[in-house]
Design a protein. Structure first.
Length: 143
């Protein structure tokens, strides 16, 4: 069992476009949701930020755009999931911005310093994974 939500499958996909730009005053706003369901075939934008606030409506200004990723299998992406590219941890899901929805979500990825996809050496077809972070399971009493 993981936290209050239980186990889930890993959501995987592939980079379809690498992005190379950044903004210091982007003005994205966090949606009130800690998770979003994603469908196979959807394309969502990955955006790196060093912001840490997760409250609804939090303004996210310092961003570096990683790229767009196509989802290969339906699942749930949660705040706190590790984001890996080709097995390398890039950061953790901070939350979601819906300014382009229903075209796509901006999946905000917390990183120590916002780097672009080009700066991270991303390439089309790189494997992207959203992996649940395991918490220590509580000890259950049998009697």
């Amino acid at each position: 069992m993981i936290g209050e939500d239980g186990d889930k499958r890993m959501v995987a996909g592939a980079v379809v476009k690498v992005l190379i730009h950044r903004r210091e005053e982007r003005g994205m706003e966090l949606l009130p949701f800690a998770s979003r369901c994603v469908r196979a075939g959807e394309v969502h934008e990955l955006v790196a930020t060093d912001h840490t606030e997760t409250a609804e409506g939090a303004r996210i200004d310092r961003v570096a755009f990683l790229g767009f990723a196509e989802i290969a299998c339906a699942g749930v992406v949660d705040r706190g999931d590790e984001v890996r590219v080709n097995g390398r941890v890039v950061g953790t899901v901070l939350g979601f911005d819906g300014c382009h929805f229903p075209n796509h979500y901006n999946i905000l990825v917390h990183t120590p310093a916002p780097l672009t996809g080009a700066e991270l050496g991303l390439a089309p077809e790189d494997r992207v994974e959203f992996t649940q972070v395991r918490e220590e399971a509580p000890v259950l009493s049998t009697g």
